[in-house]
Design a protein around this ligand. Structure first.
Ligand code: HEM
Ligand SMILES: *[C@@H]1O[C@H](CO)[C@@H](O)[C@H](O)[C@H]1NC(C)=O
Length: 322
C-alpha cells in the first residue's frame, strides 16, 4: 500500500514536472492581449498594409525578420536590437548584414502600438503579427497568431551566424538546422515556400547561376545578365526568388523547383532527387495543402523558445533594451 501510493506520488510529480517544462510555449495564446490591448492586431495590420502599399517587397522583408528572430535563441525580438558596448547583436551577422530590412517599419508599428497601449506589447509579438499580416496582404493564407512572448535583453551575433542556414546548405544541413529548433522536414519544406516572395542578392546565387548544372538554362542566362561572375562586383544586385510572381504569396515557388528554377542552391536542394521531392510535388499541384502546412509550420516556428512569465521584458523601443 505504502509502495503503491509512493509510486502514484512520484508519477504525479513527474507529470507535473513535464507540464512545467512544456509550459513555456503553452503560455502563448491567441487572446493574450484581449484585455490589455484589444486593438493590437488592427493597429499592427494598418501599419503593415500601408508599408506594403508603398513597397510590396516589405511584406517579404518582415516575414523574413520573424524567421531570423525565431531561429536565434527563439522568437524573442533579439534580431531587432542594435549593437551595444556590452554585446554584438544579430543585425550585422552574415545572414543579416546588408540583407535584413524592415527595421524602420517595425519601429513605426511599435510607435503606433505604444500609442494605444503603452508598455504592454512585446517587439517579438509585433514580428509574429506583422508576418501573418504580410502574408495575408500579399494574397496568402491567414491564421490566428499566438501571443504572449516577451523581449530578450541581449542578442548574439555568433548565435545568428550558427543558427540561420546559409544558401549554400545541402538538403541534410537544412533538415538538421530545422530539426535543431524542433521543426520537421515537412515544416522546413512548407516554410521554404516563403521564397515565393522577395528578393535575393547576387552574392547569394552567383555560384549557382554560373556553376551548377541543375538549373534551367534560360534562368541562369537571365540572372547572369545582372549578376557578374567576378565576386565583388554587383554583389548586392537583386533578383526575385520567384521569377514569376515575387509579390504574390502563392505556390509558384514549388512549381519553379520542379522546373529547376530555384534561385538559391538551398532552394533547389528541396527538389534534387532527395527525400523532399514528393512534398514539393504535392505543394506544387495543391495550393490548399501548401497553405495549411505553411500556416501550421508558422505557428510551430512562432512557438520556438519564447520568453514568458518574468523572463525578458516588454521593450519600449524595439532597437534597445529598457
Ligand atoms: C530553408 C532555409 C532558408 C535559407 C537557406 C534561406 C536563405 C535566404 C537567402 C540567402 C535570402 C536572400 C537574402 C539576400 O540575398 O539578401 C532569403 C530571402 C528571403 N527569405 Fe529565406 N531562407 C530560408 C528559409 C526561409 C524561411 C523559413 C522564411 C520564412 C518563413 C524565409 C523568408 C525569406 C524571404 C521572405 C526572403 C526575401 C526577403 C526580402 O526580399 O527582403 N526564408 N532567404
Ligand atoms: C565555379 O567553380 C570553379 C571551380 O570550383 C571556381 O573556381 C569558380 O570560382 C566558381 N565560380 C563561381 C562564379 O562561383
Amino acid at each position: 500500500m505504502a509502495s503503491y501510493s509512493s509510486i502514484t506520488i512520484s508519477t504525479l510529480s513527474l507529470l507535473l514536472l513535464l507540464l512545467l517544462v512544456g509550459s513555456s510555449s503553452a503560455q502563448l495564446s491567441t487572446n493574450y492581449y484581449s484585455k490589455t490591448c484589444s486593438n493590437v492586431e488592427s493597429t499592427v495590420k494598418s501599419v503593415v498594409q500601408s508599408a506594403i502599399s508603398k513597397e510590396k517587397r516589405m511584406g517579404a522583408s518582415l516575414l523574413r525578420l520573424f524567421f531570423h528572430d525565431c531561429f536565434v535563441n527563439g522568437c524573442d525580438g533579439s534580431i531587432l536590437l542594435d549593437d551595444t558596448s556590452s554585446f554584438t547583436g544579430e543585425k550585422n551577422a552574415n545572414p543579416n548584414k546588408n540583407s535584413a530590412r524592415g527595421f524602420d517599419v517595425v519601429d513605426n508599428i511599435k510607435t503606433a502600438v505604444e500609442k494605444v497601449c503603452p508598455g504592454v506589447v512585446s517587439c517579438a509579438d509585433i514580428l509574429a503579427i506583422a508576418s501573418r499580416d504580410s502574408v495575408v496582404t500579399l494574397g496568402g493564407p491567414s491564421w490566428n497568431v499566438k501571443l504572449g512572448r516577451r523581449d530578450a535583453k541581449t542578442a548574439s551575433q555568433s548565435a545568428a551566424n550558427n543558427g540561420i542556414p546559409p544558401p549554400t546548405s545541402s538538403l541534410s544541413n537544412l533538415i538538421s538546422k530545422f530539426q535543431g529548433v524542433g521543426l520537421s522536414t515537412k515544416d522546413m519544406v512548407a516554410l521554404s515556400g516563403a521564397h515565393t516572395i522577395g528578393q535575393a542578392r547576387c552574392t547569394n546565387f552567383r555560384a549557382r547561376i554560373y556553376n551548377e548544372s541543375n538549373i534551367d538554362n534560360s534562368l541562369a542566362q537571365t540572372r547572369q545578365g545582372n549578376c557578374p561572375k567576378t565576386s565583388g562586383s554587383g554583389d548586392n544586385n537583386l533578383a526575385p526568388l520567384d521569377l514569376q510572381t515575387p509579390t504574390s504569396f502563392d505556390n509558384n515557388y514549388f512549381k519553379n523547383l520542379i522546373s529547376n528554377k530555384g534561385l538559391l542552391h538551398s532552394d533547389q536542394q528541396l527538389f534534387n532527387g532527395g527525400s523532399t521531392a514528393s512534398t514539393v510535388r504535392s505543394y506544387s499541384s495543391n495550393p490548399s495543402t501548401f497553405n495549411s502546412d505553411f500556416t501550421a509550420a508558422m505557428i510551430k516556428m512562432g512557438d520556438i523558445s519564447p520568453l514568458t512569465g518574468s523572463s525578458g521584458e516588454i521593450r519600449k523601443n524595439c532597437r534597445k533594451t529598457n
